[in-house]
Design a protein around this ligand. Structure first.
Ligand code: SF4
Length: 396
């Protein structure tokens, strides 16, 4: 991100903060926060149990369920489930974590982003988002209009509605030939074998109606019941967008089916006849349990002084800010955590204060720094200082 983009991102963050004021300080939200914090804590403690329950329930519901140990395995499972045609994709941190788009592109499969912000980034050739729910928040309207005019060859003004219409027409024409939709999931109810997905644009609904719907999510998305999953996504929406409920909440618990002809079970009436769930571990089993409490609202980066100063260079792939850095040490390795900004954090703790479930990012950062130091992984400038002290007896 350059300085202008960081400035634009801060303007967008301020707008979000204004929109959230009032909504977050109500007794209803207090109750919801407490409830979800309890749900997440319990879910993290019982991940293994919930995983085996989910596996059984999804299969009972007619969903093909896979557990992928790492990104490569997840991408391979998804690739082997495709029919060779283009794939329509929604916004998802897990999909960017496993690098699905790059993997499929290398295999010759075209991937079409269907979320407006993600499609703008795709057209611009930008890989890293600015916010988990608002990937293009760092781009101004004129810049976005220029990208769209240039990449789609359309004659539009800087009017946001004209931009939206042009991108929508482009996406719709491209996904016409897609038979597979790939989405993430915001929360997954293990006892019900159901994935809950929130969205405002309506794109996930379209993807879930394609012949095959592939759901991809981390094993940290499990909660016990569907009511828990709905509570999680309601809280996530309030913090991420400043609205009480999203425009759409999709619950996917199996293929489209009917038994209206002689009670024979027929699949694929309107929606997907094949639903595939891919649960991704990718290091989560060995992660600090507190780092898995996160519900993905992105509130931590809005208040983070470092993120507001340097932008998305602080974080790892779609996991932005301090919590992203902590996760990178498990999703990738400790070297990646250092490169993602482990030593940039001020340990101010503002992210925890603003986190609806109290993820203790600052103390996790300290713990990780201690482990990295013990393994000889220091910040480059600290190493230079240490070498000077050794050589000259002075840090200067
Ligand atoms: S503790 Fe670190 S990650 Fe959290 S708000 Fe402060 S600088 Fe950002």
């Amino acid at each position: 991100m350059n300085d202008d983009e960081i400035r634009q991102m801060r303007i967008s963050f301020n707008k979000l903060d204004e929109r959230r004021t009032g909504l977050l300080d109500t007794p209803e939200l207090d109750g919801l926060r407490d409830r979800v914090a309890g749900i997440r804590k319990l879910a993290v403690e019982k991940t293994e149990e919930l995983l085996s329950e989910a596996q059984r329930r999804f299969r009972d519901n007619g969903v093909e369920f896979h557990l992928a140990e790492d990104s490569d395995e997840a991408c391979r499972i998804i690739h082997e489930s495709l029919d060779g045609g283009p794939v329509a994709k929604s916004k998802s941190n897990t999909l960017s974590e496993i690098g699905l788009s790059d993997y499929l592109r290398k295999k010759g499969v075209k991937v079409i982003e269907t979320d407006l912000g993600d499609r703008i980034l795709q057209l611009a050739g930008i890989k890293k988002p600015a916010h988990p729910v608002g990937p293009a928040l760092h781009l101004g309207v004129s810049e976005i209009a220029e990208i769209v005019r240039d990449k789609l060859g359309v004659d539009i003004s800087d009017d946001p509605y004209e931009i939206m219409a042009a991108v929508r027409e482009d996406i719709l024409s491209k996904i016409e030939s897609c038979t597979t939709g790939v989405t993430g999931a915001n929360s997954v109810a293990a006892h019900d074998g159901a994935a809950v997905i929130v969205h405002n644009e309506g794109n996930v609904g379209r993807l879930s109606l394609m012949d095959t719907h592939i759901l991809v999510f981390g094993i940290d998305k499990f909660v016990p019941e569907i009511e828990d999953a709905v509570s999680v996504v309601k809280l996530e929406t309030a913090y991420a967008t400043g609205t009480g409920v999203p425009s759409y909440i999709n619950v996917i618990s199996g293929p489209s089916k009917t038994a209206d002809i002689e009670k024979m079970l027929l699949r694929g009436m309107y929606g997907a006849s094949r639903v595939i769930a891919v649960a991704v571990d990718n290091g989560r089993s060995s992660a600090y349990p507190e780092a898995l409490l996160c519900i993905g609202c992105g509130s931590c980066i809005v208040s983070c002084p470092v993120y507001n100063a340097v932008g998305n260079r602080f974080g790892y792939r779609g996991y932005l800010g301090g919590r992203g850095v902590v996760m990178s040490s498990f999703l990738a390795d400790r070297e990646t955590a250092v490169e993602s900004g482990l030593y940039m954090c001020t340990l101010c703790g503002l992210c925890t204060e603003k986190c609806p479930v109290g993820t203790p990012t600052a103390s996790l950062m300290e713990r990780l720094r201690g482990e990295c130091n013990a393994a000889g992984l220091y910040h480059r400038s600290h190493l230079r200082v240490a070498e000077r002290i050794k050589r000259r007896g002075s840090p200067l």
